[in-house]
Design a protein around this ligand. Structure first.
Ligand code: MRU
Length: 367
C-alpha cells in the first residue's frame, strides 16, 4: 500500500542481498518511518517478540524469512537438528498468532525431502517468498469478497457513508499488503463506495491509534479515532453499520481470537443487531481445535505496556508513566469471541458462516 504515495510491502528481501530482509519498524509509527535490516534468526526473533513487526499475517511472513535465515545458519552436518532448534525458538516468540507456527512448519516440511543443504537453502528462500506473495494475494481476494457486504449495506442505506468499526490493526501493516479487515474497505474505496471507519485506539499497545489511523490516512480513507469503550454507545445510536475485525487464530468451529477487547465489541454488536464480520486468510485457521476459549493460547505481555505510554512530545518520542510507580498490571493480549457472535468469516475463498460444517465446506481438504 502507499506511504507518502509510494507503494510498499511490510517485508521484502534486500534489493542487493537476498540473505538480508527489510521490514518497517512498527514500534516507531506513526511518528517515524524507519526501515530495519534483519540478518540472523536472533534478530528475526527479537523483531517478532518486541513487535517491530506484528499482526498475524506479517508474523507468519517474517517467520518464513526467519526460517530461511535458519537454513543459512544451520551447519551442513547438523542441518535438521539445527533447523528444529531455530524453529522452536521462533515459535516461542509469540504464542497466539497461528500464522507463526504455520509458516515454520511449512518451511520444515518443504526442505525435508531434499538431499543437500544447498538445495534446502535454495528451497527455503523460495518458500519464504511464496508465503509473503500468497499472503498479499489472499488479502486481495478477501477484499474482493468482503466488499460485497459493504456494497449491500450501502445499497440498503441509500445514502451516506457505510460506518465500519474496527479494533486493533488488521490492516496492511499486519500482513504483507492490503490487510484482512481493511482489504474490503480499500476495495470499497476503489469502487467508489462511501465509507467511514471508526478506529478503536486499542489499549495498551495502541495499534488502532498509531497504525490503523496512519494507514487509513495514507490511503485517504475517512476515519475517526475513538476511545476503546465508545463502540457500545455508537452502536446504540445507529452510528455503526458493520464491525469488521481481523483474527490471530480461528478454530475450525469458528471461534475467533483477536486483540483484547474484541469480545466486548462482538457482544455490543450482537445486542444492537450490528453485523460482526471477521476477515482472515486460511493460514490463520487452527484446524486442530474447536473450542477457542479453552484451547487458544493467550499471550500475556509485560505490564509495562499497560503502565507506560509512548508518544510524541516536543522532545521527540517519549515514554511516560500513567499510573503510580510499581502498580501491578496484567496484560492479556488477546481474547476469544465465540462463533455464535460472529456473523461470518471472510476468507480468500469466499464468505462463510462461522461453524464447522460451513468452514469445512469451503476448505474440504481440511476435513
Ligand atoms: O499484538 P498484535 O499487534 O500482533 O496483534 C495482532 C492484531 O493486530 C490484531 O489482533 C488483529 O486484529 C489481527 S492480526 C491480523
Amino acid at each position: 500500500m502507499l506511504v507518502q504515495s509510494k507503494p510498499y510491502r511490510t517485508i521484502w528481501p534486500h534489493p542487493h542481498n537476498k540473505e538480508v530482509v527489510q521490514i518497517i519498524d512498527q514500534r516507531l509509527l506513526p511518528h517515524e518511518f524507519v526501515v530495519v535490516d534483519l540478518h540472523s534468526v536472533d534478530e528475526y526473533a527479537t523483531a517478532i517478540r518486541d513487535m517491530y513487526v506484528r499482526g498475524a499475517g506479517l508474523i507468519g511472513a517474517t517467520a518464513g524469512f526467519a526460517m530461511y535465515a535458519a537454513a543459512l545458519q544451520s551447519r551442513d552436518d547438523h542441518f535438521a537438528g539445527d533447523m528444529q532448534k531455530f524453529a522452536d525458538s521462533l515459535v516461542a516468540t509469540r504464542p497466539t498468532a497461528k500464522n507463526l507456527s504455520w509458516a515454520v512448519e511449512r518451511q520444515l516440511a518443504a526442505v525435508q525431502g531434499l538431499s543437500t543443504p544447498a538445495e534446502k537453502r535454495r528451497k527455503s528462500f523460495q518458500v519464504a517468498c511464496d508465503i509473503a506473495d500468497e499472503d498479499a494475494a489472499f488479502c486481495k481476494r478477501i477484499g474482493e469478497h468482503g466488499v460485497t457486504i459493504i456494497r449491500e449495506i450501502s445499497r440498503r442505506k441509500g445514502g451516506g457513508p457505510v460506518n465500519i468499526l474496527t479494533h486493533c490493526n488488521a490492516g496492511w501493516l499486519a500482513f504483507v499488503d492490503y490487510g484482512s479487515a481493511t482489504a474490503p474497505i480499500y476495495e470499497a474505496q476503489a469502487q467508489g463506495i462511501d465509507v467511514h471507519v471508526w478506529v478503536d485506539e486499542t489499549r495498551p499497545w495502541l495499534q488502532g491509534a498509531r497504525l490503523t489511523t496512519w494507514e487509513l490516512k495514507e490511503q485517504g480513507v475517512p476515519h475517526t479515532l475513538i476511545a476503546d469503550n465508545s463502540g457500545g454507545h455508537l452502536m446504540q445510536h445507529v452510528l455503526v453499520d458493520l464491525v469488521l475485525v481481523g483474527t490471530d487464530r480461528t478454530t475450525c468451529c469458528g471461534d475467533v481470537a483477536n486483540k483484547i477487547g474484541t469480545y466486548l465489541k462482538a457482544l455490543a454488536a450482537h445486542d444492537n443487531k450490528v453485523p460482526f464480520y471477521v476477515a482472515l486468510p486460511s493460514s490463520t485457521f487452527d484446524w486442530q481445535i474447536c473450542d477457542g476459549v479453552a484451547d487458544i493460547p493467550i499471550e500475556e505481555r509485560s505490564g509495562d505496556e499497560v503502565n507506560l505510554v509512548r508518544g510524541l512530545s516536543a522532545h521527540g518520542l517519549t515514554t511516560v508513566a500513567i499510573s503510580p510507580a510499581h502498580t501491578p498490571a496484567a496484560n492479556y493480549s488477546f481474547d476469544v469471541t465465540p462463533a455464535r457472535l460472529v456473523s461470518g468469516l471472510i476468507t480468500e475463498r469466499g464468505i462463510t458462516k462461522a461453524d464447522k460444517q460451513s468452514i469445512l465446506a469451503l476448505f474440504p481438504e481440511k476435513g
